[in-house]
Every structure is written in C-alpha cells, then in structure tokens.
Design a protein around this ligand. Structure first.
Ligand code: C5P
Ligand code: MG
Length: 190
C-alpha cells in the first residue's frame, strides 16, 4: 500500500492538496477532521464529545481518535493506499498508526509536511471562516489551534524524520506548484 501522511499546521492546505493527491494516485482519503464533523452533524455520542474539544481548538483525546482510525482502516483493507489528512496529531497517534498499519503488513510510505508561516495561516483561516461555516475558524480559536499544533503536533515531525520518510514542502505559492512538489515526494516514495 502507498500510505501518505499529509501534515502541517491548520490552514497549511492539507485538505486542498489531499483532493489533488487522491485523484492522481488513486488513494482512499481519511480526514479525521471531516470524520469528526460528520459525527457532530449526525448528533452521535462521539460527535458530542468531539464538539466540546473542536469548539475550543483543542485535540480530541488520543483513544477516541485512534479508535475511529482503527475502524476506518479496517474498512479500507485492500485499497491501493490511503492518505491520512489531519492525523496523526500527536506522537501517541503516530505510534498507534504504525501498529495499525503493521497489522496489515503495511507502513507509512511518506510524510509530507506543508510549511507555511504563521501570519499566512491566520490570514487563510480567517478568509476560510467567511464561508466554511466552521465553528473553529474564528481568530481566538485559530490562535489556539496554532499553539496546540506547535506544542502537541509538531513533535510528530521528528517521529517521521527518525523513520526516514519525512519530506518538507514549501506550502506557500500556487496550489498547482505546491502539488507538483508533493507529487514528486510521493513518486519518490513509491
Ligand atoms: O484536521 P482539521 O483541521 O479539520 O481538524 C479540526 C479540529 O478537529 C482540530 O482543531 C481538533 O479540534 C480536531 N481534531 C482532533 N484530532 C485529530 C484531528 C482533528 O482533535 N486527529
Ligand atoms: Mg482539513
């Protein structure tokens, strides 16, 4: 399987670039943020728990996220590969993903880190907030999400560097230009 982790701070373009990658490489898409928002829309128990964290810009606990990913991976056995978007968000989640993939004799092929300066992230997310309808696309929650990224999520970078699957990509510029760099990184991992 070709397993890609698309990584980066909130607003770095993970969702946008995932759409291009899925199409070109024929991968299944797992966006934990989208899964959580679907649970919220469906008024499930998980959705209620998730909403309390998302609205504050905090992370949903690891056990909850890992359980959700486990179910989703089981449903994708036999897929050509998977793109993980917005997951892993912590080192504990990265370790769990290794184990879940190992159960299917698989592993992360490449981790693509979209590097974007903080001012640009805030600008993009405020702009997205004008139309996204997302409860967390407001200035206060955006600032919180970025600080949570810095403290809890950015250590995942070193985890994948140690696994020798890490690729940094300049995430500022045209969507097409960034996609070319990402494609080259994924081709290199095949
Ligand atoms: O990935 P995305 O930006 O769509 O995630 C939105 C929110 O969902 C995050 O700010 C966080 O509250 C929650 N989330 C999480 N753990 C994940 C993915 C998303 O807690 N692995
Ligand atoms: Mg997203």
């Amino acid at each position: 399987m070709l397993n890609v982790v698309i990584f980066g701070p909130p607003g770095s373009g993970k969702g946008t670039q995932s759409e291009n990658i899925i199409e070109k490489f024929n991968l299944a898409h797992i966006s934990t943020g989208d899964l959580l928002r679907a649970e919220i829309s469906g008024h499930t128990q998980l959705g209620t728990i998730a909403k309390s964290f998302i609205d504050k810009g905090e992370l949903v606990p690891d056990e909850t996220i890992i359980g959700m990913i486990d179910n989703k991976i089981e449903s994708l056995v036999g897929a050509k590969g998977v793109i993980f978007d917005g997951f892993p968000r912590t080192v504990a989640q990265a370790e769990a993903l290794e184990e879940l993939l190992a159960e299917h004799n698989s592993k992360v092929s490449v981790m693509v880190n979209l590097e974007v300066p903080k001012e640009e992230l805030v600008e993009r997310l405020l702009k997205r907030g004008e139309t996204s309808g997302r409860s967390d696309d407001n200035l206060e929650t955006i600032e919180k999400r970025i600080s949570v990224y810095e403290s809890q999520t950015s250590p995942v970078i070193d985890f994948y560097k140690a696994k020798k699957v890490y690729k940094a990509i300049q995430g500022v510029g045209s969507v097409d230009g960034i996609f070319e760099s990402i494609s080259a990184a994924i081709e290199g991992a095949k």
